[in-house]
Design a protein around this ligand. Structure first.
Ligand code: PEP
Ligand code: MG
Length: 589
């Protein structure tokens, strides 16, 4: 048995077989055990891939020969490799006997060959390793269909174990078959993390090298709540884990009886909204008690597709989301966030290479410098506002000028739509995300230019601490409870109250039982989070009164400002444990 500790990324406990996904450079490679009886299909895939690879090499040889290029000889040896009956037999045996998928079989056999060549003293033979690498890559490319699109051909419920997953890879996951996710890289706020939570898939990230230790198909235990993955568990470990699975079941049953999400013990109420994005299933939001949608990440319409979504594509998606939000409750509004690309959210054909993309031409900056994109999106959002209570907000606002300029574009779009006779809500609420320190510091001025603000703690922490939100090496500096972060949040809340507009938090910390409760205690009106976390936060509020929340805020505010983030977090935890004696049990999920 071995237990790997990573970052708790999406709560929940699950046991199941491993589906090993290996990105190989630009190639998406998956390795798994094929279903019994499906070996012939795999053999066929392998043979087809081999034929395709051979055709490519033959084409290459022809081109080189036509040019009179001597190097064509090198590729003759590649053809020999591909045609080698002994290697073919070895690879096919891996599929037939070990039931490995074609990719895994190719990798295994090639690795053996590589090792043989590497042991040779002769320089000539040593060099042949490069040819083997080349042949392997060619075969794997054929098998993967030449695309950097992931073919997660999951045939049975599995736990995905991967180096890392990009947003486009993640959105292709078939929820039906994904029991859990464990990755070497990533962090709590990477996009695979956001998605896992949106889909209620238990996940652990930052496991460093787990892909090197698991075998495809073997059963592992994944504890998303504590960030642990156990391989080859002992009998005792299995029994303990099954106990947790039972407690998980009971808690889920109790949540179902907790009818009104966000109600306080004294009858007060906290507005809990859901974060969603296109491509993610939204069923279940009503069951968990989401009031509406507090953050719709529109950029996902741009990810994972060729070209830009048209106004109609967008209108369709936004109006459908508005319809879903209004079905959630009387206050079923939806806040559509304008295109937030840049940083780690890169879009094929749009994103430019920048030296420092996190500080680059992203989000509202991108929109203001690409007017057609901005106008098209605003048109689609406004048109969707005829179909529900649609609010919209700009991401990454760093100064008032941006809001002034955006307001002019909005006016222009409204004028055009009116001229065209299109219906829309003329008083659509426009907000700003507070996720850049300058916006928090000057929050009062920002608040005077908008109808609401939403604090994006994911980025606000990143920019305040100058610590990349997805870099494990600086994860210790990514501190939600750093006094500087708390000050900026307090300034934003106070500014919004003074100006008289609602203020919410839509970063991942809204779903953290310690932090989310603190934000409410400090005065935010609403929290927006992955729907899966609403029951957890509801459990917290059900055990607290407004007077207690005031005491929480006062306790933390009274801590000295040279306290470390850890000391503040410990004080938060201590307060929560005192206020809610059975806290540990409620935190299981
Ligand atoms: C945030 O930064 O907190 C936020 C909600 O936006 P995103 O995570 O999409 O950057
Ligand atoms: Mg953000």
């Amino acid at each position: 048995m071995r237990t790997f500790a990573g970052i708790s990324t999406s709560n929940g406990f699950v046991r199941g077989p491993v589906f090993l996904y290996r990105g190989q450079g630009e190639l998406p490679i998956v390795e798994y055990v094929v279903e019994n009886g499906k070996e012939e299909e795999e053999l066929l895939r392998l043979r087809r891939a081999r034929e395709e690879a051979k055709k490519d090499v033959e084409g290459l040889i022809k081109v080189l020969e036509d040019r009179g290029n001597e190097e064509s000889k090198i590729f003759e040896s590649h053809l020999m490799f591909l045609d080698d009956p002994w290697l073919q037999e070895l690879t096919e045996k891996r599929i037939r006997v070990d039931r490995l998928n074609a990719e895994a079989a190719v990798k295994k056999v090639i690795a053996e060959q590589r090792a043989i060549f590497a042991r040779m003293n002769d320089e000539y033979f040593k060099e042949r390793v490069r040819d083997i690498d080349d042949v392997e890559r060619r075969l794997l490319t054929s098998l993967s269909g030449f695309e950097r699109t992931l073919k997660f051909e999951l045939k049975a419920p599995s736990i995905i174990v991967a180096d890392d997953l990009t947003p486009s890879e993640t959105v292709q996951l078939d929820r039906k078959f994904v029991l859990g996710i464990a990755t070497n890289g990533g962090s709590k706020t990477s996009h695979v993390a956001l998605l896992a939570r949106a889909l209620a898939i238990p996940a652990v990230t930052g496991l460093k090298d787990i892909t090197e230790h698991v075998h495809p198909g073997e059963e592992v235990l994944l504890d998303g709540t504590n960030g642990l993955v156990t391989i080859r568990p002992t009998k005792e470990a299995l029994e303990k884990f099954d106990e947790l699975l039972n407690r998980q079941r009971t808690l889920l049953e109790e949540d179902k009886d907790n009818k009104v999400a966000g109600s306080l013990k004294d009858g007060g109420e906290i507005l809990l909204y859901a974060n969603i994005h296109p491509g993610v299933p939204v069923e279940g939001l009503k069951e968990v008690g989401a009031r509406g949608v507090g953050l719709y990440r529109s950029e996902y319409l741009w990810l994972n597709r060729e070209g830009v979504p048209s106004e109609e594509d967008q209108f369709e998606a936004y109006s459908e989301a508005a319809r879903i939000a209004s079905s959630l409750s009387e206050k079923g509004s939806i806040t559509i966030r304008a295109l937030d690309i840049g940083g780690d959210k890169l879009v094929r054909g749009i994103s430019k290479t920048e030296n420092n993309p996190f500080l680059g031409n992203r989000s509202i900056r991108y929109l203001l410098t690409h007017r057609e994109v901005m106008k098209t999106q605003l048109r689609a959002i406004l048109r969707a506002s005829a179909y529900g209570d649609v609010w919209m907000m700009y991401p990454m606002v760093s100064c008032v000028e941006e809001l002034r300029e955006a307001a002019l574009v909005m006016e222009e779009v409204k004028r055009e739509l009116t001229e065209e006779g299109k219906s829309f809500n003329k008083n659509i609420k426009v907000g700003a995300m507070i996720e850049v320190p300058s916006a928090a510091i000057n929050a009062e001025a920002i608040c005077r230019h908008v109808d609401f603000v939403s604090i994006g703690t994911n980025d606000l922490i990143q920019y305040t601490m100058a610590a990349d939100r997805s870099n494990e090496d600086v994860a210790h500096l990514y501190q939600p409870t750093n006094p500087a972060v708390l000050k900026l949040i307090k300034m934003t809340i106070d500014a919004a109250k003074k100006v008289g507009i609602p203020v919410g938090v839509c970063g991942e910390s809204a779903a953290d039982p310690i932090m989310g409760v603190l934000w409410v205690a400090m005065g935010v009106d609403m929290l927006s989070m992955s729907g899966t976390y609403i029951p957890l936060m509801s459990r917290m509020f059900k055990n607290l009164s407004r007077a207690e929340l005031d005491d929480y805020a006062a306790t933390i505010a009274a801590l000295p400002d040279d306290s470390s983030a850890e000391e503040i977090l410990a004080a938060c935890r201590k307060w929560m444990e005192k206020a809610i004696p059975k806290l540990d049990d409620l935190l299981l999920l």
